[in-house]
Design a protein around this ligand. Structure first.
Ligand code: HEC
Ligand code: HEC
Length: 343
């Protein structure tokens, strides 16, 4: 149960004050005009150059894992929108395999909850969950804080980012991570330029046709310009969810068995394999799934049962047009942004 981590997290964090830091030199978080208002309260943790650089250093540093072998960036790679390309599930510390595919890290400040089952309710708690996860870093956050306090570079960087505190504590580390992750905004794909009528925003007739089909047949779940409704749904990829019950693992409600958070489809052309369990290797196979592979179980989403037959009716041309449209969601400027890469 993910909420367990939340409690452990609160206990080990030794921060004496919850006072938030501010700085004159706030980094500008890109808030695209075609996005809604963020869910995360940026005013409570304003991004500063020092906080961002610190968060980035932590993200790329294996010091966070128990045996100092694994960094966040080993499973979240910038050129694939911070997903783990070609890994069905990620292998963490000591080569252990988790049961879920590492999702992209992008546009987090617009999300209400994190992980495939929404088990992490607050962006500031993500780093704790990753550190504690036995198949990811398997480390005690309190020990990470001790390691950081012993490190001269980190002492200097934390003082620069959070001048009012003497020693490094958990809340500072969580805030620094959030400052780095808040900056990971992807909204400059060709699709965005088309929507915002900016230069470079031309779509071919095939892509436009794909967009029309998408709006008709996919956007009830992959909604709006975030391409997700943030809800938990069963899209029929499995006939049996014994191995991973999804949202049920957080809610314990039988009606949530097999439901996973609708993923955003931004940068989806570079985040293969697909689905929570990395079941599909290509976008074409995802289209086949929706057209003819949907499995009926008690919690299958009603949207996928509408026409008497499970799934979404798609002709071969429609499948190709959809894939062409999904490829317009790739944001080269985001995946190549040097600010987000290791110094
Ligand atoms: C061993 C591989 C691995 C490592 C190391 C790792 N992650 Fe992840 N990450 C995953 C997987 C797998 C998931 C999906 C977990 C789930 O849904 O239960 C995930 C989920 C996430 C998400 C949720 C995205 C979303 O849209 O819900 C974020 C953000 C994230 N990780 C950030 C981090 C950070 C920060 C670190 C380092 C402190 C880190 N990860 C370390 C594999 C990894
Ligand atoms: C009933 C809601 C719903 C509808 C309708 C729907 N999807 Fe999905 N989609 C989901 C959910 C939920 C997942 C994740 C399921 C999982 O991993 O267990 C998903 C996953 C995906 C993925 C994999 C993304 C990734 O990062 O792994 C792609 C691609 C995708 N959908 C495309 C489409 C397209 C194209 C359509 C229309 C033909 C569509 N979806 C219709 C809910 C939906």
């Amino acid at each position: 149960m993910k909420n367990r981590y939340f409690l452990i997290g609160l206990l080990i964090i030794t921060g004496s004050s919850c006072k938030k830091e501010t700085s004159e030199s706030s980094f500008e978080v890109f808030l695209p005009s075609n996005f809604p208002a963020p869910e995360y309260n940026l005013a409570s943790n304003p991004v500063t150059p020092e906080g961002f650089e610190l968060g980035k250093r932590l993200f790329y540093d294996p010091i966070l894992s128990q045996d100092s072998t694994i960094s966040c960036a080993d499973c979240h790679i910038s050129f694939s929108a911070f997903s783990h390309p070609d890994h069905v599930t990620s292998h963490g510390i000591r080569g252990q395999f988790g049961k879920r595919n590492a999702p992209a890290i992008q546009n987090l400040i617009w999300q209400r909850a994190f992980f495939w089952d929404g088990g992490v309710p607050d962006m500031d708690l993500i780093s704790l969950n990753a550190i504690e996860s036995p198949v990811e870093m398997d480390e005690d956050p309190a020990n990470v804080i001790r390691k950081l306090n012993r490190n001269e570079t980190y002492r200097r960087m934390f003082r620069a980012a959070f001048p009012s505190r003497d020693t490094i504590d958990g809340p500072q580390m969580m805030q620094a991570f959030s400052q780095f992750m808040a900056m990971l905004v992807s909204a400059n794909s060709r699709y965005d330029k088309y929507i915002r009528a900016e230069s470079g925003g031309t779509l071919t007739s095939q892509e436009l046709s794909g967009m029309a089909i998408f709006r008709l047949k996919c956007s009830t779940c992959h909604q709006g310009d975030l391409f997700t409704d943030g809800a938990y749904r069963n899209n029929g990829i499995l006939g049996d969810f014994t191995n991973d019950k999804g949202r049920y693992e957080v809610s314990s409600l039988p009606e949530d068995i097999g439901k996973f958070k609708t993923p955003s489809l931004r940068n989806v052309a570079v985040t293969q394999p697909y689905m929570h369990n990395g079941r599909f290797r290509t976008l074409e196979s995802v289209m086949e799934h929706y057209a003819s592979g949907v499995k009926v179980t008690p919690t299958l989403d009603q949207k996928l049962l509408e026409n008497g037959m499970p799934g979404i009716s798609l002709s071969d041309t429609e499948k190709q047009d959809l894939v062409a449209f999904l490829k317009t969601l790739t944001d080269e400027s985001f995946i190549r942004d040097e600010r987000f890469q290791q110094n």
